[in-house]
Design a protein around this ligand. Structure first.
Ligand code: DX5
Ligand code: ZN
Length: 219
């Protein structure tokens, strides 16, 4: 059985038919729900917030993977735990005291993730990698769905995989942005564990089959 995971990104769902899209993911071979929270400050876009997440959680039966693209995420750690997040990912670039933030996420019973913008080197995680459950490698500049995949991501994932093994950590590597059937296999070969896919899944004529195809590619 494959341990490689697929996490459809709700950002690309139809918000007027959100329950339908949540049920589609429930019934599919997807592993996680990827939930993008944007504040219009850390990234130049606003997505959705707590009330929407609350309603997603009411229907979702799989792991809730929340990606915070917000400044000063410490303000909301407790709130996201109460809302039902299982994994809470903050941006490296948004945290002045990253280690403290990671401890606070874990203290609330969630797994702690760190996202890296395309310009942020994986070497900056040398001193925290053992405290991180998930690194989300941004393969686009965060803020929007439907962007093109940045090719440098493969090298970055290889470096991160090496850092994780050197440090004896058990951190998972997640790739977020521009993921399709074209790059999925190579990403797994480089060391990825989780693929986030938004537009590729939701803009497909058959999202359930598209998820199954991605799952087959990574297995
Ligand atoms: C981008 C978000 C992604 C986005 C991915 O800022 O973090 O999760 O939803 O969308 P696609 O797969 O369309 O690039
Ligand atoms: Zn995301």
């Amino acid at each position: 059985m494959s341990t490689k995971l697929i996490a459809p990104s709700i950002l690309a769902a139809d918000f007027a038919n959100l329950q339908r899209d949540v049920e589609m993911i429930n019934a599919s071979e997807a592993d996680w729900f990827h939930i993008d929270i944007m504040d219009g400050v850390f990234v130049p876009n606003i997505s959705f917030g707590m009330p929407v997440l609350r309603d997603i959680v009411k229907h979702a039966i799989k792991t809730i993977d929340v990606h915070l693209m917000i400044v000063d995420p410490d303000r909301y750690i407790k709130t996201f735990s109460e809302l039902g997040a299982n994994i809470l990912t903050v941006h490296y670039e948004a945290c002045t005291h990253l280690h403290r933030t990671l401890q606070a996420i874990k203290a609330e019973g969630m797994q702690a993730g760190v996202a890296l913008n395309p310009h942020t080197s994986v070497s900056l995680l040398e001193d925290t990698i053992r405290d991180i459950d998930l690194v989300c490698v941004m393969s686009v500049n965060p803020g929007f769905g439907g962007q093109s995949f940045i090719e440098n991501t493969y090298d970055k994932v290889k470096k991160l995989k090496q850092l994780i093994s050197e440090k004896g950590a058990s951190t998972k590597i997640e790739i977020d942005g521009g993921v399709t059937n074209i790059n999925a296999k190579q990403l797994m070969g480089a060391g990825a564990d989780v693929l986030v896919a938004g537009s590729y899944v939701f803009k497909a004529s058959n999202p359930t089959e598209t998820i199954a195809d991605l799952k087959k590619i990574v297995s």
